[in-house]
Design a protein around this ligand. Structure first.
Ligand code: SAM
Ligand code: SF4
Ligand code: F3S
Length: 437
């Protein structure tokens, strides 16, 4: 079979990064290997994100620029997968005449057929949902990992937060079998991985649908027992599902890192209710307190939405005060974006565009200050750093502390993969500078 080349462009979250690896594996059977350059590609695949309108608009703009590539190579085949593909389906083919095929988030296993059809000139769409776990382990997972590797443990989301498109484009929650996850991690560790990040839209619902099976806390304990694995992280966990067994893991499992990404979205109970988040401000703060008790020094990060329909100045000031109360080490903040099919898209929205922008800036400023203060507090402390690579400056290497702060320091490339104790000597906004102890 003639070797053909596919250039894959990945947008959005880590789920898509992981899916792109599977897309690459699926295309091997029809003669494609991946290329980093579009210049020598026979096919381009866009693996897309539609979480906010801007992400979706970007896909149309990239597809527009593909017209230029088609002029250079009229045989170039273009396909779109991922969350925009799932959302738009047939409409994408209609809107973009130079598009060859569209495949949804549950259809990676059908790619070989779709590509073969598209190669013979047909324009094809496949976006049907499969709500069982048979598609999760169809393609060989990553064979050799880096020092840090991601492992998907579940897909989909059942939470239906009122603003969010993910449940519509990713379908219902499906968990992978614990044995498959443990096998994959064991293989990665054998090939050099020291830190694993378990991935899912809502990891602490892991296994809850499988009666008598392994739940998330039990999975963490099994992962922690894998010899040679040094660190465990996970993303993302939903505050309403932080359970007592999970909190106990922070007291018991040394390998579990002292950081948790626990998106609050808003500090106002009124807004949280409109968002259908399923917890109140005080319940969230109580869980933070329990986690701090189980693991002193643990750091928290969050996602935040400003300008949710009907958010008042008072609601917003409660988000700011909550941020200060928790002292997030970092946060990812977004202006509310109405998404198709979601409940919030139909709510009356009186907050002006300008006001939303101003609120976002105020929030970003507060976060900058809190991160800076936190970094100052690390001065003179010793942090255990897992070395991930060579730094940007000559002679420097870098890694992350257990609390997920980036630390640069003088060291040798041979130290990559080692856990080293480092004295923090300087603070920056986005990183720390250390000295090997
Ligand atoms: N499952 C994760 C959770 O519940 O925390 C988050 C997944 S979502 C891909 C990542 C973040 O995007 C959310 O936490 C939220 O802050 C933001 N987001 C989702 N929908 C949004 C919307 N319509 N407008 C603005 N931000 C949004
Ligand atoms: Fe979206 Fe909410 Fe599910 Fe997260 S938990 S993916 S925000 S619906
Ligand atoms: Fe985007 Fe889909 Fe992830 S909407 S954030 S790529 S699940």
């Amino acid at each position: 079979m003639k070797q053909k080349r596919v250039h894959i462009l990945t947008y959005g979250c880590q789920m898509n990064v992981s899916d792109s690896e599977k897309i690459e594996a699926a295309l091997l059977s029809v003669g494609y290997t991946a290329t980093k350059s579009i210049k020598n590609a026979d096919m381009v695949i866009l693996n897309t994100c539609s979480v906010r309108a801007k992400a979706e608009e970007r896909i149309y703009s990239v597809l527009h620029t593909m017209k230029g590539e088609l002029k250079k190579n009229p045989r170039l085949l273009i396909g779109v997968g991922g969350c925009v593909a799932q959302q738009e389906g047939e409409r994408l083919l209609q809107k973009v005449p130079h598009l060859g095929f569209v495949f949804g988030t549950h259809n990676l296993h059908l790619l070989p057929q779709l590509v073969t059809g598209a190669e013979s000139g047909r324009r094809l769409v496949e976006t049907s949902f499969m709500d069982d776990d048979s598609r999760l382990d169809l393609f060989p997972a990553q064979q050799a990992g880096g020092v840090t590797s991601y492992v998907t443990i579940m897909q989909g989301c059942d939470n239906f937060c009122s603003y969010c498109i993910v449940p519509f484009v990713r379908g219902r929650e499906v968990s992978r079998r614990a044995e498959d996850i443990l096998d994959e991690i064991t293989r990665l560790v054998e090939s050099g991985t020291r830190e694993i990040t378990l991935l899912g839209q809502n990891v602490n619902s892991y296994g809850l649908k499988d009666e008598g099976g392994t739940d998330f806390a039990a999975l963490l304990r099994k992962v922690a027992a894998i010899p040679g694995l040094e660190r465990i992280r996970f993303m993302t966990s939903h505050p309403k599902d932080i359970s007592t067994p999970l909190i106990e893991c922070y007291a018991d499992l040394e390998k579990l890192c002292s950081h948790i990404h626990l998106p609050i979205q808003s500090g106002s109970d009124r807004v949280l209710q409109m968002m259908n988040r399923g917890y109140t401000r005080s319940e969230y703060l109580h869980k933070i307190e329990l986690l701090r008790r189980a693991r002193p020094g643990i750091l928290f990060t969050s996602d935040l939405i400003v300008g949710f329909p009907g958010e008042t100045e008072d609601d917003f000031s409660q988000t700011l005060s909550l941020m200060e109360e928790v002292a997030f080490s970092d946060s990812y903040s977004f202006v509310f974006s109405p998404r198709p099919e979601t409940v919030a898209a139909g709510l009356p929205d009186e907050v002006s565009k300008n006001e939303k922008r101003v609120r976002l800036d105020r929030l970003l400023e507060l976060q900058r200050k809190m991160t800076a203060d936190l970094h100052i507090s690390f001065l003179g402390s010793s942090q255990t750093v897992l070395v991930e690579g060579v730094g940007k400056r000559a002679g420097q290497i870098f890694g992350r502390s257990s609390g997920n702060r980036i630390v640069n320091f003088q060291g040798e490339p041979e130290m990559i993969g080692q856990l080293l104790d480092v004295l923090i000597v300087r603070d920056f906004q986005n990183s720390l500078l250390g000295k090997l102890i």
